[in-house]
Design a protein around this ligand. Sequence first.
Ligand code: ATP
Length: 360
Amino acid sequence: MTKTLDIAVFNGDGIGPEIMTPTLAILEKLAATSGAYQLAFNILPAGATHYAETGESLPAASLEAARNADAILLSAMGLPSVRYADGTEISPQIDLRKAFNLFAGVRPVRAVAGPLTPLKIPQDKVIDFVLIRESTEGLFHTQGTGTVTENAAEETLRITRAVSEDLFRFAFSLAGDRKAQGRGPGRVTCVDKANVFRAFAFFRALFDAEAKNHPELRADHAYVDATALWMVQKPWDFDVMVTENMFGDILSDLGAGLMGGLGVAPSADIGLHQAVFQPCHGSAPDIAGQGKANPFAMILSGAMMLEWLGLKHDMRELVTDGARLRDAVDDVIAQGDVLTGDLGGTATTAAAGNAVLVAL
Ligand code: ATP
C-alpha cells in the first residue's frame, strides 16, 4: 500500500524558490519510482517577500498547516532589504523553531566525495559525522532581551533539565540509528566547557545520566576549544557530537567549511513532533534570479527528510531513497563537471539539479 506523506513546503526568498524547484522534482521522481510512498507537497506562503507584499511574515494558516504536516521542507529565507520596524530581519525559520520547540539542530558533516574539502583526508578515512546543536536555549536564551547599560552588557546562558534530557535522548538515538546503518561506531561526544562553567557541568551530568541508558553506545566528552582543533586535525574520529546553542552555531560553520562551503551543507531542526529541513545557507540575494545558485544543500536537506521520515514511520524505502539521493549528489560532486559557480564550475541551478536526477 502506498503511504501518502504531507510535506509543508516554504519556497523562501532570494535563491530559495530557484533551489526548491529541482529539489521537489527530484523528490517526486524518487517517490514515483519507489511506489511505496507519495509526497503531497503543500506550498505555503511565508518569508520576506510575502511580508513586503502583505505585512505578514508567517501567516497563522501557514503555521498551522506546517504543524500538521508530516515534515516541513524550507528553503533559504529572509532578505537584508526587508525588515520589521525594529530593524530585525524576517526569519520564519526561527519562528518555526520556537513555535514547535525544535531543540535539535542537526548538521551532518560529510566530505566523502573529497574534492571540495580543504583538508587532506588519508585514504582510509572518511569524514562523516553529525553535529547536534541545541537550538532553543543556551547562550541564545536572552537573544534580543539582554541588558545593556552604559558600562556593562549582560546575556544569560540557560541550560534546562527538560530540554537537555530530550536533546541527549535524541543524540543517543541518532548514534544508534547510524550504527545500525553502518555509518558510525555508535559514539556520542558531549562538547562543553565543564571545566569553567557550572552550567556546563550540569549539562555534562545530564549527558552522563542519559549515557547510562545506552550501554551499547560509547559516550565521551570534549571541551569545545579542543573540539575545534580536532575537527580540523582528525574530523574522521567523530560520530555524533552534541552541544549547546552558541558552541553549535560556531562549530557548524566550521563543519560546513570542512565540507567545502555552505552550498553543500544541509540541516534539520527537529523536535518531538515536527521537523524542518533546510539548507544552512541564506537567500544569497547577490545571485538571486540568475540561475546560478547551488541546489545541493537544499537537495541534501530533502535527503535528510526522507531518512527521518523513514525512521519515524519505520519505512525502509524512505531511508534507502534518502541514502541514494545523498550518494547521487556525492557522485555529481566527485565527477566535478556539472558544478555551480560557488564550487568552481559554470553549471546553472537547473543543470546541477538535472545531473543529480541522471546520477540517480
Ligand atoms: P544568512 O545570514 O541569511 O544565513 P548570509 O549573510 O550568511 O545569510 P548567504 O545568503 O548564505 O549569507 O550568502 C553568503 C554568500 O554565499 C553569498 O555570496 C552567496 O551568494 C553565497 N551563497 C550562499 N548560498 C549559495 C548557494 N546555494 N549557491 C551559491 N552561492 C551561495
